[in-house]
Design a protein around this ligand. Structure first.
Ligand code: GLP
Length: 241
């Protein structure tokens, strides 16, 4: 794993955006794996900014999101469908038909997981996957203890994850209890991975990740065995190392 230490969240976002834009310029039909959450917000804003200034085209890319809550409609303000439209898709020239996010309202959720996993393969796999990291080391919604062999599946969210994400909802009760997430094996098949970590609230998990061993108790630790992973982290996130 290559670690790029940056001063702050602004620099992290600029660096991440630059790497994504480079990928799309080099390979205009790239398949990107996208994340949601607070950390990637400014990365998307920087991509939009570049798009407006330099007209980098996203017409031929395809995107796969890591995860989606079960039970929230695409137009629910807390769904990841809504998040992606609101923060990225509506500002760039990507056709919506080339953006894929698990359907958390599918009648047959296990079948939806199989369909999603297959679709990633049919599109040739992910060239560049962007990841955030949960405070307990989760990637996507793969909570501690998830098998490293997992493919897209249903998860019951850890209480700590629902609590952490309740800041986007009006109460903890409103946070869905389940989600669909790409599995760890799905993520590990990506040809390149960038993991972003910003702020003091990620310092503890980053020290566990960088200084500890590979263990399912810290799902992100499996990234150490991947040949092409870049961590972009700011000083605060690395402050316990
Ligand atoms: C969420 C998402 C993850 C995200 C992580 C960190 O639960 N499912 O994909 O990377 O937690 O979120 P944040 O960037 O808000 O800290």
């Amino acid at each position: 794993m290559r670690v790029i230490e940056v001063n702050d969240y602004y620099e992290l976002s600029q660096k991440a955006a630059e790497m994504i834009i480079d990928q799309v310029r080099k390979k205009p039909d790239s398949v990107l794996g996208l994340a949601t959450g607070e950390t990637v917000l400014e990365t998307y804003a920087a991509i939009v900014n570049d798009y407006q200034q330099n007209q980098t085209s996203y017409r031929h890319i395809r995107t796969f999101n890591l995860d989606e809550y079960i039970g929230l409609a695409a137009d629910h303000p807390n769904s990841y469908h809504y998040y992606m439209n609101e923060h990225l898709f509506r500002f760039i020239d990507i056709p919506m038909s080339q953006t894929y996010i698990p359907n958390g309202l599918a009648d047959d959720i296990p079948e939806e997981c199989i369909r999603y996993e297959k679709l990633i393969g049919q599109c040739g796999g992910i060239d560049l996957q962007i990841l955030g990291i949960g405070r307990n080391g989760h990637i996507g919604f793969n909570e501690p203890g998830t098998s490293f062999d997992s493919t897209t599946h249903v998860v019951e969210l850890a209480h700590s994850t629902r609590k952490a994400n309740s800041r986007f909802f009006s109460s903890l009760e409103e946070v869905p209890t389940h989600a669909i997430t790409m599995g760890i094996a799905t993520i590990m098949k990506s040809r390149q991975i960038i993991l972003l970590a910003s702020g003091e609230r990620k310092a503890h998990i980053m020290s566990q990740l960088l200084e500890g061993e590979v263990t399912p108790n810290i799902p992100a630790s499996i990234l150490k065995t991947h040949p092409n992973v870049t961590i972009i982290a700011d000083k605060e996130a690395l402050s316990l190392i």
